[in-house]
Design a protein around this ligand. Structure first.
Ligand SMILES: [Zn+2]
Length: 235
């Protein structure tokens, strides 16, 4: 089989393993999922293979509605995109109340955004990354005093916040936010350490999850998540 299927062999063997040893142990879950889905949140992250949202959040099939693309980008309202359709379905049909934009360390899309000369042969990627370009003035201004690694991390964080602003441009999102029916969350997953840093609007910065949880305990629900609701409800 390996000669015929090449790199897909491991994947096909994985399916066989799943069918023989895993599916049976979760039979009731899969039967229930056959009747529909009721996920906990919309999780927007990068296509990067090093991110496994269900592993990271210890969730099961059916618990995360996931949108993935290069750079975890969301075009602003007005165009046609898979991102727009996914957000619309998640909020209007599945009635999700939490949207998480989760960037990640070592993001190749953000590296490319900072080094556009690497994109000469990648017109589709170059075009797609225009949805993140608005961070560049701020990143360039801050970058002078940062190491290249720090500059990349700063870009990753600013991009998460920019994409949250893009989500706000959808009229139904704005309505839900105004009605206190939606929470928008900005996270960065640090894949080398397993850490997740979380944006705290009142602090104006990302902080480690454990520190953020202490902050939420202290402030209870008085501090709105992205101005949209109680962060303490989000975890
Ligand atoms: Zn990435």
């Amino acid at each position: 089989m390996s000669r015929i299927m090449g790199g897909a062999t491991r994947i096909l063997q994985g399916i066989q393993h799943f069918q023989q040893y895993v599916f049976g142990s979760k039979m009731s879950l899969f039967r229930r999922l056959g009747n529909g889905q009721a996920p906990l949140a919309l999780f927007i992250t990068c296509s990067d293979s090093r991110i496994n949202p269900n592993l990271l959040t210890q969730t099961e099939p059916g618990e995360l509605f996931i949108l993935r693309n290069a750079g975890n980008l969301v075009p602003t309202h007005g165009g046609v995109s898979g991102s727009a359709a996914t957000i619309e379905y998640a909020l209007k049909v599945l009635h999700l109340r939490d949207v998480i934009v989760c960037g990640h360390s070592k993001c190749g899309a953000m590296q490319a955004l900072l080094a556009p000369e690497t994109l000469r042969e990648l017109p589709a990627v170059s075009s797609w990354l225009t949805h993140a370009r608005d961070i560049l003035p701020e990143v360039d201004a801050a970058g002078a005093s940062l190491t290249p690694a720090e500059k990349l991390n700063f870009a990753i964080e600013r991009n998460v916040l920019l994409q949250i602003e893009h989500i706000r441009t959808y009229p139904f999102v704005a309505e839900m936010l105004a009605a206190g029916q939606l929470r928008l969350h900005g996270w960065v997953y640090h894949l080398e350490s397993g850490q997740v840093t979380v944006h705290i609007p009142g602090k104006g910065r990302f902080m480690p999850l454990a520190e953020a949880m202490l902050h939420w305990e202290r402030t209870s629900s008085t501090e709105g998540g992205m101005g949209s609701g109680a962060w303490s409800d989000s975890i």
